[in-house]
Design a protein around this ligand. Structure first.
Ligand code: NAD
Length: 318
């Protein structure tokens, strides 16, 4: 689709997503990139400018002012507000363009997404849609992410979904695009999913520790679980025991992945979402206490969350 693109937030997920965008968007269109950490933008520009024009924007305002499509992925709701609502440097400071498509991929609460999205739509700064992702860094690198989309699916009357689909197809797999109906609903689905993944990773780590300490060889134990009722995506792909799953972060010095500290954010989103609708979040509340301790443990900080294995087993690293 013709027009320039802006990508905001070149972190673990964003860097890989922006690289796919640059490879697949029209070679004649410019990709404006912006991250508060300037060296990430510089590294990106030097690595991908050969695929087509890459411009390091001085802020989001400049990136958006030049773009028909904006994709962002930053850590928290506060960061999303900075990106979009900062009166001097945010997207809201750029010229109005109701046709500008804004795909916001961060995992934040649905209320914040609705608030920011409605404000931008009302002020004619763009069509904002929550499009949180699943699949982690490997899927971002391979361009096979799944997306939970806060929008109605394709229809004759509304051209927006096909524009959304067009951009997301450069980053993910269309058969894994889930159209959740309305602004904020993509995030409602994502938060429910992460309620499971953030609690089950802990359950797996504790269960593996119990089995291993009772004398079962870790790979055999994973094989048993994989072929029994305990099987799950987290156990198969993010198994916390080093050497059990070769592609898992644990087998690669807990390479990111999804940071241990970020677990607290995501499970906190689940706790709040549950309380809002009258569900008692007993599992998530128990898990959050463990994640808080792991997030203060130097063995786990800034590593993949599966490094909780080191905390649970109190493993001394040399
Ligand atoms: P990250 O910390 O690796 O990257 C975030 C990037 O955003 C950093 O480069 C940071 O400098 C930048 N940033 C922060 N505030 C900014 C601002 N105001 N303007 C521009 N850039 C800003 O985080 P990540 O792992 O890439 O995760 C990002 C989001 O994606 C989070 O909401 C996370 O929950 C979600 N997510 C992550 C994964 C994963 O496996 N890492 C999977 C699915 C969803």
């Amino acid at each position: 689709m013709e027009g320039n693109y802006a990508f905001i937030g070149l972190g673990a997920m964003g860097y890989a997503m922006a690289s796919n965008l640059r490879k697949k968007m029209p070679a004649s269109s410019t990709l404006y990139v912006y991250d508060v950490y300037q060296p990430s933008s510089e590294r990106f520009a030097s690595e991908y400018s050969s695929m087509g024009p890459v411009v390091i924007a001085k802020d989001v305002k400049e990136a958006a002012a030049n773009s028909k499509f904006v994709v962002s992925i930053v850590p928290t709701a506060q960061n999303v507000r900075e990106v979009y609502l900062d009166a001097t440097s945010g997207l809201i400071a750029a010229p109005q363009d109701p046709e500008r498509l804004i795909l916001e991929c961060s995992t934040i609460d649905s209320d914040s997404a609705r608030e920011v999205g409605e404000l931008l739509r009302a002020s004619r700064h763009g069509h904002y849609v929550d499009t949180p992702v699943s699949g982690g860094v490997p899927a971002a690198e391979a361009g096979i992410l799944s997306f939970m989309i806060g929008s109605k699916p394709r229809s004759e009357e509304d051209p927006a979904p096909s524009r959304i689909s067009h951009v997301l197809t450069m980053l993910g797999r269309p058969e894994k695009f889930f159209w959740c109906g309305r602004l904020g609903a993509g995030l409602a689905a994502k938060i429910a999913n992460n309620y499971i993944s953030c609690t089950s990773l802990l359950v797996i780590a504790e269960a593996m520790a119990v089995g291993v300490r009772n004398g079962i060889e870790p790979r055999l134990l994973q094989d048993v679980i994989h072929n029994s009722s305990g099987q799950s995506f987290m156990s198969d792909h993010v198994n916390p025991v080093p050497g059990v799953v070769p592609h898992a972060p644990s087998s690669n010095n807990w390479r990111l992945g999804f940071k241990t500290q970020m677990m607290i954010k995501d499970i906190g989103l689940g706790v709040n979402a549950a309380k809002k609708v009258g569900i008692s979040p007993t599992m998530a509340e128990a898990a959050i206490e463990v994640w808080k301790k792991a997030a203060e443990d130097p063995r786990c900080v800034d590593r993949d969350g599966s490094s909780v294995w080191l905390y649970i087993n109190d493993i001394k690293e040399s």
